[in-house]
Design a protein around this ligand. Structure first.
Ligand code: PHE
Length: 453
């Protein structure tokens, strides 16, 4: 609908975009999901594959999405409509908006656990002999508590999005992201200086490829998409708030680097401590909620570090959840002409309701499980969003630029403005051939392995 170019908000500075986009990328994916995926998939071998996915697929796709957003100055659905009018390509944008719904609906559940643990960790640390697994289980199997915390988290998210791009997203990213870095560094220093930390470092840094299978590749691919916020239009949306002279290749390179750095840092904060205090790394989604409180309980000043850790987790989650809500909000503003506040509030409410089954999956709905994937409701939302929808979104966005809209236009758009880094032939080659082939190949291989073993 309407030409929103005239009154569209734009980031006030380069740092505004970089920190907001890094805020989106750095989240539960880095601090909660990356460590347990690494722990479940064999440590450093998984990390090597993950890094390949980030550089071969992640960076080119982030440039691609950002370019589509900047050139069109529209939300993900509108961007495809503007660049390929009258074609069904807008469905790729619609898939993104839909995926945003699924992710945010379970994201707030885990973010709610993180908020609750800011005080639960105190109980965990102060009660000698407490069973940490039982504490976590009783938290997630309680009916009301997880729902209330998810609601609180959603209200914070809505509040920031309702305030707008500059006064909401940019403002809070500029405040929260530096806090996050400082907390992370404190935690790493604590972890690697514990006696016995080196065993964890070895596990984390020494690759063992004997356990690698098609599933490992799919897991790394899914992790890269999720962690970099790719494949669902976050970068189309955030890119649409860039001005013509803003540099895309270097800003997105910053975002990819920061995200990767924080994921690796999370591993340095977690694995040395886990091994030093005699725990196992393969605890799955419960790693940071069960294993870490146990670790904090045995650590000098553990309560302090425990509180700090869960504040870190909640902050990281918040700067990501706002980007998920912003995609859907931007779509309603640009395509349906809704006012921002109404769009944010109503969509937030709907996503909260969609998320209820994920929150209730451990109590009233605990009978519901998905035997093929061997998981509960939350894991199932996670699996479909990250292993299926995000890679598909990235795949189609690459095909769109590579074969429909044209890589020449994309390259020109990306290199606009004063650039210290520009993209060209290599990027074209990656977007047209490597990205689609790798995504398709890994998805097929991973699905085959997942369903046959
Ligand atoms: N990147 C976020 C994280 O790592 C999650 C996310 C995925 C956010 C997709 C937006 C879009 O936690």
């Amino acid at each position: 609908m309407g030409d929103s170019k005239g009154n569209r908000e734009h980031w006030a500075s380069r740092a505004g975009f970089i920190l907001a986009a890094a805020g989106s990328a750095i989240g539960l994916g880095n601090i909660w999901r990356f460590p347990y995926m690494t722990g479940e998939n064999g440590g450093a071998a998984f990390i090597v594959i993950y890094l390949l996915a980030v550089f071969l697929l992640g960076y080119p796709l982030m440039v691609n999405e950002t370019v589509l957003g900047r050139v069109s100055q529209r939300d993900p659905v509108g961007a495809f409509k503007a660049l390929a009018p009258g074609s069904p390509w807008w469905l790729v944008g619609a898939l993104g908006v839909f995926t945003g719904f699924i992710i945010l609906s379970y994201y707030i559940v885990v973010a709610g656990w993180a908020m609750a643990y800011i005080y639960k960790v105190v109980i965990a640390v102060c009660t000698p002999g407490i069973n940490h697994e039982a504490v976590f289980k009783s938290h997630i199997t309680g009916v009301w508590e997880p729902i209330i915390w998810a609601a609180v988290f959603m209200i914070l998210t809505i509040g920031i999005i309702a305030a707008g791009v500059v006064d909401g997203i940019q403002r809070w990213s500029l405040i929260l992201m530096p806090v996050l870095f400082v907390i992370m560094i404190i935690l790493i220093i604590r972890s690697v200086t514990l006696p016995g930390a080196s065993e964890g470092l070895v596990y984390y840094l020494k690759p063992d490829f004997s356990e690698v299978s098609g599933r490992t590749f799919l897991a790394a691919l899914a992790q890269a998409f999720f962690s970099l916020s790719l494949g669902m239009g976050v970068f189309i949306t955030y890119g649409s708030y860039l001005k013509d002279h803003d540099e895309i290749p270097i800003s997105t390179a910053w975002v990819v680097s920061l995200d990767t750095m924080v994921a690796l840092m999370a591993g340095f904060a977690i694995f040395p401590a886990v091994f030093a205090l005699g725990f196992q790394p393969g605890a799955g989604p419960g790693l940071v909620f069960i294993t870490l409180p146990a670790v904090f309980a045995q650590m000098p000043l553990g309560m302090f570090f425990g509180i700090l850790f869960f504040i870190l987790l909640a902050i990281a989650a918040l700067t990501s959840s706002i980007s998920l809500l912003e995609v859907v909000t931007a779509w309603l503003i640009d395509e349906k002409g809704w006012p921002r506040k109404k769009a944010a509030a109503l969509m937030g409410l709907i996503m909260f309701i969609v998320g209820l089954p994920a929150a209730l999956g451990y109590n009233v709905l605990s009978g519901v499980s998905f035997p093929i994937l061997g998981t509960d409701i939350l894991d199932t939302y996670d699996w479909f969003a990250n292993s299926v929808f995000l890679p598909l979104g990235g795949f189609f966005a690459a095909i769109f630029t590579g074969y429909i809209w044209g890589t020449n236009k994309a390259i020109n758009e990306a290199n606009k403005g004063k650039t210290s880094l520009s993209i060209g032939t290599l990027w074209r080659f990656l977007i047209r051939y490597i990205v689609p082939l790798l995504i398709a190949g890994i998805m097929m291989m991973g699905m085959y392995d997942s369903f046959t073993k």
